[in-house]
Ligand binder design. Structure first.
Ligand code: KG4
Ligand code: ZN
Length: 345
């Protein structure tokens, strides 16, 4: 599978091999290239959609060129079964660059296309590994906590490629909360990872920020009040210690995410629980997930993606694309379009 990802501010291509043995999948990431646009967007303090799309248009052909110097395009054409591409959700003009290149390759190479939902890619990133001795698998039902820049969702999977939304954010996504809070604390872009790094050095019990919606019996989240609470706290307390504010904020986010995930586990009895999306790179979240489940649900398999497959990349699109391909979900290049709001469910 040749895979292409251009949904936001990372231009990425990958070549992923996959086979199915009974119910088990085995993946090998043969090529992995990511070009990050962070330096381009830093001066604007956030992703500028038009700039991102122009960057993808410049960078994607260069990445394919780079790929062809390692793996001649003729050979790639011969060996790939299909081209997988992120069709949404994401920034519409950014998505269009990846999809148009994928459609062109599909037409020229006479290979089918596999449109992939970006969030599905994040979920399937959990099956990729850098250690050939480990071969993680989904034992169904799977409960997925999706935490990215634009989404915060609890999703139940009873089988491959089948999703049931059981909870979501009412306002900001977890990653968005990290990014906006970092901005109001005057931290540089990209806010989330910078704030997280600062938080690792701070005291997480310094400030008791609110954990919204925990008294409600649903599996939904809300993070905009937390962001406002940090803003008010920073305004009122002129001599705040940034690392303590960051650690206390992070603790509140992790608390809310874990509380609802544990409750959803109790209600839906999954055999596998996984975390997916950029915020899954957060060390505190990973640790809490591991320790909470080891204590409360030791029989459940907890998966977390390898860091290089956690934030946006094309290998995860290749993994989901392979599974789709093996299930017969392919499309003609004429029938593939982008959908910036493509739903997972
Ligand atoms: O999945 P992703 O790379 O792109 C989207 O699909 O949105 O997620 C990006 C989000 C951003 O909001 C970023 O701030 C957040 O993930 N993020 C983190 C960390 N690394 C990335 N948030 C908290 N801690 C991190 N270490
Ligand atoms: Zn993403």
């Amino acid at each position: 599978m040749l895979a292409i990802e251009t949904s936001c501010d990372e231009t990425a291509v990958a070549v992923v091999a996959c086979n199915k043995d009974g119910v088990a999948y085995r993946f090998a990431v043969e090529e992995y290239l990511v070009h990050t646009q962070i330096p381009v967007h830093r001066k604007h303090g956030g992703v500028v959609p038009e700039v991102a799309a122009r960057e993808h248009a410049v960078r994607l052909p260069r990445l394919l060129d780079q790929l062809s110097s390692r793996l001649p395009l003729k050979k790639l054409q011969k060996n790939v079964d299909a081209v997988a591409v992120t069709a949404g959700p994401g920034l519409v003009t950014s998505l269009l660059v990846g999809v148009e290149v994928a459609r062109t390759l599909s037409y020229a190479w006479k290979k089918p296309l596999v449109p992939v939902n970006h969030l599905e890619g994040h979920i399937y990133a959990n099956l990729l590994t850098t250690d050939a001795a480990v071969n993680p698998q989904f034992k169904f039902p799977v409960l997925a906590l999706i935490v990215s820049g634009g989404h915060t969702e609890l999703v139940l999977m009873k089988k491959h490629l089948s999703y049931q939304l059981i909870g979501s954010t009412r306002d900001d996504a977890a990653g968005e909360a990290f990014d906006k809070t970092a901005k109001l604390m005057n931290l540089p872009y990209p806010g989330g990872p910078v704030l997280a790094k600062l938080a690792d050095e701070g005291n997480r019990t310094a400030v008791n920020f609110p954990r919204a919606m925990l008294d409600q019996k649903n599996f939904d989240f809300s993070f905009s009040g937390l962001k406002t609470a940090v803003a008010t706290y920073v305004q009122k307390n002129k001599k705040t210690i940034a690392k303590d504010v960051a650690a206390s904020f992070q603790e509140a986010v992790v608390d809310a995410l874990l509380t609802k995930t544990l409750r959803a586990t109790e209600a839906h009895q999954p055999k596998t629980v996984l975390v997916a999306g950029g915020v899954a790179a957060n060390r505190a979240l990973r640790e809490r997930l591991r320790t909470s489940f080891a204590e409360q649900f030791p029989k459940i398999t907890v998966l977390e993606p390898t860091i290089k497959y956690t934030t946006d990349n094309a290998a995860m699109i290749g993994a989901a694309g392979c599974v789709r391909f093996l299930h017969g979900y392919t499309k003609d290049w004429r029938d593939v379009t982008v959908d910036p709001h493509l739903p997972l469910v």
